[in-house]
Design a protein around this ligand. Structure first.
Ligand SMILES: Cc1ncc(COP(=O)(O)O)c(C=O)c1O
Length: 479
């Protein structure tokens, strides 16, 4: 008997068809499922086989395990009323791209390793450059997420500020500074720590009433830092901040950065793809002037998890940070486009064909439908805010810039702690399975925070959410 690893093409087809059936059931059941199952770690563990399988397990049992235990015990990011964090629903086209990518199991280190996947990656990152207004000469690379994209961009910025850093490290007397608004994502601080700059060197610039960076304070702070001997390394602009969705004035940030010769990075992990929408494009003016941009395909492109992009205006700046030569990787006998290696542009060497799911997803839907879905998400968030304005017990805590909405329940005459009440509302709502909100702190207040990021969400879902929050809030106030 042959190895169970080496299945025949016919058996592979049956296995994939069985998985396709489970996928169709998952999609069918999704809107009717609770957003998240009420369970416990012990209960989930009890449903999963824990013993190391010495002998083969029948494949139909594995599919049944998915259907009966794995899928139901998941949080369903594709549910129309999942509003937590910033999570894409994924798409069937992206999922099939993931499957076929895994079938080839290409290792897209370089052109030599996977010519078609490399060219596909150039194509999709080329589309991103195009809609953001970056030059054709810019270089894009797909990475696992926005945190790694921000890290890679800041590594390139560090090399630009100190060309010898890759070889010699940061000289002891150098005090680098990274500027980002108080709304910046923590991955910026994390990158600073990992790059040896120290997260104490990240200057969190105050924001205005729309949660956008204060340009006057930024400019004064940079000048004061330079006067005291610091080296400004990068200015990071938010193109959709995590807590409120605020978009910094990117043109003005580009001006400040250009005037002082500082690297300008735009963190568009959440909001960047909204620039695909002709109705929203103007909000992002200036993004094409960035030295680097982060985009998360697993956020507002609605593609599947594990795919982000970092774009570098000047590919040489990224190469200064990442390029390495080793005998075991050097492309021998290749030149020009065929000698291209992704390891010159990010910390990764082995990497999957991330472009294939994105290519399938983008091509299957088309840019217009993606833009229309983004517009619809923004309309849903605005609809919620408009409804809130006529409800005395709902207080919006931040303007709706994109599809994030932050609010709290504030009953008239309530003498208790509003933070505690709203924390209990969030926990109760999550438990109910009807809808899912996460939280943020806005001007010191605990906020219920939602982010509309699903092409399945409608204004009716926003009304259901409002009704549930009010019902839970009123019930909690009675007890
Ligand atoms: C603005 C922003 N930047 C970066 C990140 C990090 O992205 P990832 O979760 O893909 O690492 C996030 C995640 O929510 C984000 O909202």
């Amino acid at each position: 008997m042959g190895s169970p690893l080496d299945v025949s093409p016919e058996l592979a087809e049956r296995m994939i068809n069985a998985a396709a059936g489970a996928a169709a059931d998952y999609y069918r059941d999704l809107p009717g499922r609770p957003v998240i199952a009420q369970t416990s770690a012990a209960a989930v563990r009890a449903q999963l086989p824990r013993e190391l399988p010495r002998t083969p397990v029948r494949f139909d049992r594995l599919i049944r395990l998915f259907t009966d235990a794995i899928a139901p015990n998941s949080r369903h990011n594709g549910h129309p009323r999942f509003f937590g964090y910033i999570a894409s629903p994924g798409s069937a086209a992206a999922a099939t791209g993931e499957l076929l990518s895994a079938v080839m199991n290409a290792n897209v280190t370089s052109w030599r390793s996977s010519p078609s996947a490399t060219e596909l990656e150039h194509i999709v990152t080329g589309w991103f450059k195009q809609f953001l207004g970056l030059p054709e000469s810019a270089q894009g690379v797909l990475v696992s997420g926005g945190s790694i994209a921000n890290f890679a961009a800041l590594a390139a910025a560090r090399s630009q500020a100190m060309p010898q850093v890759a070889a010699e490290g940061i000289p002891p007397d150098t005090r680098l500074r990274i500027y980002v608004s108080q709304e910046g994502h923590f991955s910026i601080d994390k990158a600073a720590a990992l790059l040896g700059i120290g997260n104490a060197s990240v200057v969190h610039v105050p924001v205005d009433s729309d949660f956008r960076i204060r340009l006057d304070i930024l400019a004064r702070q940079i000048d004061a830092d330079v006067a005291s001997g610091c080296t400004p390394m990068a200015i990071v602009g938010n193109a959709g901040s995590t807590a409120t969705g605020a978009i910094d004035p990117l043109h003005s940030l580009a001006d400040i950065a250009a005037h002082r010769r500082i690297w300008f990075h735009v963190d568009g992990a959440y909001g960047g793809f909204a620039a695909l929408s002709p109705n929203l494009r103007d909000e992002f003016n200036g993004i094409g002037r960035a030295d680097s941009v982060t985009l998360d395909a697993h956020k507002w492109l609605f593609s599947s998890m594990g795919a982000a992009c970092v774009l570098y205006r000047d590919p040489a700046a990224a190469q200064a940070a990442f390029a390495h030569d080793a005998d075991y990787t050097r492309p021998i006998g290749f030149a020009h486009d065929e000698s291209f290696a992704f390891w010159d542009y990010s910390p990764e060497l082995s990497r999957p064909a991330r472009a294939l799911p994105i290519f399938f997803h983008f091509s299957h839907a088309g840019a217009d439908a993606i833009a229309a879905a983004i517009d619809a998400n923004v309309r849903c968030a605005r609809h919620f805010a408009a409804t809130a304005s006529s409800i005395a017990t709902i207080e919006m805590l931040a303007p709706v810039a994109l599809s994030v909405f932050c609010f709290r329940y504030r009953p008239r005459g309530f003498a208790g702690d509003l933070d505690v009440l709203n924390q209990r509302i969030m926990a109760e709502l999550q438990r109910s399975g009807f809808a899912y909100l996460s939280n943020a702190r806005i001007n010191g207040k605990f906020a219920l925070r939602g982010c509309v990021l699903s092409y399945r969400t409608t204004e009716r879902d926003m009304d259901i959410l409002m009704r549930e929050v009010m019902r839970i809030g009123a019930d909690l106030c009675k007890t």
